[in-house]
Write a protein that binds this ligand. Structure first.
Ligand SMILES: Cc1cc2nc3c(=O)[nH]c(=O)nc-3n(C[C@H](O)[C@H](O)[C@H](O)COP(=O)(O)OP(=O)(O)OC[C@H]3O[C@@H](n4cnc5c(N)ncnc54)[C@H](O)[C@@H]3O)c2cc1C
Length: 434
């Protein structure tokens, strides 16, 4: 396929869930558009994640409003391939104009005329508007403390697939958000010695009093929180849909044989040191967990709901030795650790977007996705408009907003034309009556 010399009103870059949602809303508003995807639709769900991953939210929640997972129980958790299939089917449902296998290499504002010149692997496109829907998690980040000359396997969680991929031996997993904790648990179940480095985290109950945490965050308005609370930039969320969906309880994992350690601080040869913050981090995670139970109880009482009490949810596992006497240092070679998995998050990469839409730190400068460069929009950013923005259901609502903004701009652009026609008609009428 070649896209040489194409002209289009709105170009969407990326056909993950964000690009598909954007296309749906623009289609509904009759805005001519094209989606370019360098791989396949929802590629990151297919090949960018580990084999056993299932959605973190249940099928009734982690989807778009326009289609259900017809082959899954609403309370089940879709395997990652199923999530990718879902978005492919969703795009087919409204004939989304998606071209796959096309890489967008550069976007530049035109000089002296509206729109942008877009360089792609298949030719040049002229677009009046560009929506960057390239994802919240584009470039794996490994912190600079990672040892350079240690004879260990080191990979980012984005490159982890399954336990067999790693050499025999123990594993240090750095980072205990949803990815780190799920990978660590999988490795422990596969019989590995696992050290899990735990930083600050939230850990909602998987379900409480018969309702999934996704439901609780919804009714309590937490998905809609407009901005991250100050000082919580490094607080990750530890949830899992694996094994039918279970609450992440670090104390339980320690009881099962996982060695928990504090935040990874530094490496000196084979010796890694940890911050003395494990107990504090676990306590804050517990406080967050209990606060959600309290808020849920209060909500049930206020609304007179008939949901079964669940006192067992407040049970606290006894501290395993790794918690009561946390390790400050570990000699990885002596401990038989042969791999480190860095579950330390992602950064964005907008090197292809050569426009004035970034702040001094290179981050998108925008309001609810409308950037400082007129005609350029972002979609799928974490906290773009609310806490739910980078998640499946949240991005659909942000896409709706951006589509509205695009439609509004198109109306302004069309006004001149209407005005000129009205003026011509008025002159015509005057001439006739004269
Ligand atoms: C391990 C993991 C598990 C997650 N689980 C859940 C979950 O259970 N529920 C949930 O709601 N959210 C989950 N998320 C968060 C979020 O839903 C996903 O990250 C999702 O993939 C984001 O979708 P997106 O469309 O914004 O970006 P992506 O899926 O990353 O899609 C962006 C697309 O843009 C394409 N692209 C990038 N640059 C270019 C270019 N220059 N030219 C052409 N194409 C380009 C890429 O190939 C890619 O296909 C998870 C995230 C991770 C990392």
């Amino acid at each position: 396929m070649t896209v040489a010399t194409v002209e289009i009103d709105t170009l969407i870059v990326g056909a993950g869930q964000a690009g598909v949602a954007m296309s749906e809303h623009l289609s509904k508003l009759g805005v001519p558009h094209l989606v370019l995807e360098r791989n396949r639709i929802a590629e990151r769900w297919r090949t960018g994640r580990w084999d056993s991953l299932v959605a973190n939210g249940p099928a009734w929640h982690d989807r778009f409003p326009g289609m259900e997972f017809d082959d899954l129980s609403p309370d089940g958790f879709a395997p990652k391939e199923r999530v990718a299939d879902y978005f492919e089917a969703y795009a087919r449902q409204f004939n989304a104009p998606i071209r796959t296998g096309v890489d967008v290499k550069k976007v530049q504002r035109n000089v002296g005329r509206p729109g942008f010149t877009v360089e792609t692997s298949e030719g040049i496109i002229q677009a009046r508007r560009v929506v960057a829907a390239t994802g919240p998690f584009q470039r794996p980040v490994i912190p600079p403390i990672a040892p350079q000359n240690l004879a260990l396997t080191q990979i980012h969680s984005a490159d982890y697939r399954n336990p067999q991929q790693l050499p025999a031996g123990g594993v240090l997993v750095v980072g205990a958000g949803s990815s780190g904790v799920q990978i660590a648990d999988e490795l422990r179940r596969a019989g590995r010695d696992v050290y899990l480095s735990v930083g600050q985290h939230d850990r909602p109950p998987r379900a409480y009093r018969g309702r999934d945490f996704c439901w609780w965050l919804g009714v309590l308005g937490e998905w809609d929180a407009a901005a991250m609370k100050p000082g919580r930039e490094h607080v990750t969320i530890a949830v899992s849909g694996a094994h039918g969906g279970r609450t992440v309880d670090f104390r339980e994992l320690a009881q099962q044989g996982m060695t928990l350690v504090g935040l990874t601080q530094a490496f000196d040869g084979a010796v890694v040191s940890f911050q003395p913050d494990l107990v504090d981090n676990l306590k804050r995670g517990d406080d967050n967990y209990l606060a959600l139970l309290d808020a849920a109880d209060a909500y049930i009482e206020r609304n007179g709901l008939d949901l079964p009490p669940e006192p067992a949810a407040r049970r606290v596992f006894a501290d395993a030795p790794c918690i009561s006497q946390p390790l400050q240092q570990l000699n990885l070679l002596e401990a038989g650790v042969t791999s480190i998995i860095w579950a330390t998050g992602f950064a964005t990469d907008y090197s292809w977007l050569a426009v004035d839409a970034f702040d001094a730190n290179g981050k998108p400068a925008h309001q609810r996705g409308v950037s400082t460069e007129p005609g350029v929009y972002f979609l799928g950013l974490p906290w773009q408009s609310r806490r739910g923005s980078s998640f499946i259901w949240g991005v659909w609502h942000d896409a709706k907003y951006i589509a509205d903004q695009i439609a509004i701009q198109r109306q302004y652009a069309a006004y001149h034309c209407d005005a000129a026609q009205r003026q011509a008609k008025a002159v015509e009428q005057l001439t006739v009556s004269a």
